[in-house]
Design a protein. Sequence first.
Lengths: 330, 301
Amino acid sequence: MKRSALDAPVTWWRRARRHHAVRRLAQSILVLWAAFTVSFAILYVLPSDPVSIMLNQGEQGMADPAQLAALRAEYHLDKPLVVQYAIALWHALHLDFGRSIQSGQSVTALLEQALPATAALAATALALGLLLGVTLAVASGFARSTWLRGALLAGPSLGVSLPTFWIGLLLLQGLSFHVHLFPAMGNDGWRALVLPALTLAIPTSAAIAQVLSRSMADVRAQPFVEAIRAKGVGRARLLLLHVLPNAAVPLLTMAGIITGNLLAGSVVTETVFSRDGIGRLAEGAVSVKDIPVVQGVVLLAAAIFVVVNLVVDLLYPLLDPRIAHGRRAT
Amino acid sequence: MAGVLPDMSEPVPHDPLAPDAIGERGAARARVRPKRRVPWLALASALVLLMVVGWGLMPRLFTSADPLLGQPLQALQAPSGAHWFGTDQLGRDLFARTIYGASTSLRATGLAVLVALLGGAPTGLLAGYFGGRFDAVVMRAVDVLMAIPSLLLAMAIVTVLGFGTIEIAVAVGLSAIASFARLTRGETLRWRGADFVDAAVVSGVGDLGVIVRHIVPHAAGPVLALAALEFGSAVLSVSSLSFLGFGAPPPQPEWGLLIAEGRNYLALAWWYTTLPGLVVLLVVLSANQLARFAQDSGAHR
């Protein structure tokens, strides 16, 4: 990391590097750069000719040579690989990921258009998932009989095994076609949001409940719980005010994974419910091999993951003072 | 799988980074199991998986109906004694299609797990054993791959590879390499510092000998448990990708595709998507239960 020829930046960097936040920020930027490189390698280097992959979709006949050449020039595919990479990286730094092959719109604009709908879906699903997951975990903590406990804990392991698209279709079938409670498709209004959000929330809540109930069991085994109980604190108070906050900290480390899963789940969910959004954009782009859009979505997902993890990491020492700065990697 | 980890003189702490059904960053498990009970759940899971593998290998044994031949007069029949899962819009027996689909779906899943295992485990092993710059590079790469949701990564790979069952299987496998590399590296590091490894090194056993004789047998348990877990999630990924239409072309019976076709008949035929989906759920659930069982019996010895 210390490759600068000048001395002043190096010493500055050495000093700055001691700060946890600076180090984590640098690490995040590195991961983003690497994610760009990986996606570039997959999408532009692996195929022998990305342009013919992109153009061979749809119409049977080969595109005429002039068109091919024009497209190659637009994506700088006529230049050496290193130059292509440098140009693409330079553009990516300016948030320019090229134009969609299919619509001709800029990828950034497409992502911007699609993001709000998916963000609304993911946020609702997350809220629902947290509500459901925490309730389940706490309820299983309350359950005295092992029988009831087992039954409550079977829910999450069932939940993580459910195919997302299947949940969506079952909900559609039940609540939209048989009982006309919610619309089957579209983006309009909160009613259209309910079923997709529920679809995404079920696996999310299962994951949350699994981690939380395990970490609650860990916390309950700690001596401080015994001490609090010896003081005569009731079960409910103990679980909700003492065990749950402590047990919730490990859950926070999962925030990045959960967000990533919500985004990945939105692909299937938005397709099932014909909702506009990032997931549908990705699905459409893959099915017509619109490589720039696919790359844009992948990079967006990586960026969101990195940012969420960075925020969690910086918050972590505030929430749990026992954790020394920088002791926890990733 | 259960007997891979031998008795150790010192208690083996359950690795906090060991995977569980949703992610690997969960807290350590502090459950104590005093008595060995009959693992009914694991047995039932194994039975389900065996049956489904049987479907894949010898579909004729389980159904006499033709999965591709339609009988227009029998279209969209509800489940009955003659058609356990009902029939589809062309009058094809859905139970037969589910059974014949097992072959495609399971082969794709198996291939995905194999790709992930063969790609990830050796990489993690070498990175953990030799350390140094190679390790640093591998771990950075793993971090990056972990930053991209695996379904999206698989979709990106499918964009380049093209559509088809094998293609999505390879894509799903490639996108799971990182988690295998990470777990194997962690296991390798754990055993590399063990006294018996030092003893072997001191008595002149070479790197290859140490890896093959001492590291691999110990690391194999958790890694194979992850493979079982990955089998479950690969079933989900493969069927999701083929549900989205990136897998096998329509006439083929494949689970994800089968459910996707039923999508147009939700209001008319509840059984079309529900019953094949139930099979997928059972398979994933069984794989997860077996993986959990393998992890537990490994960790509590």
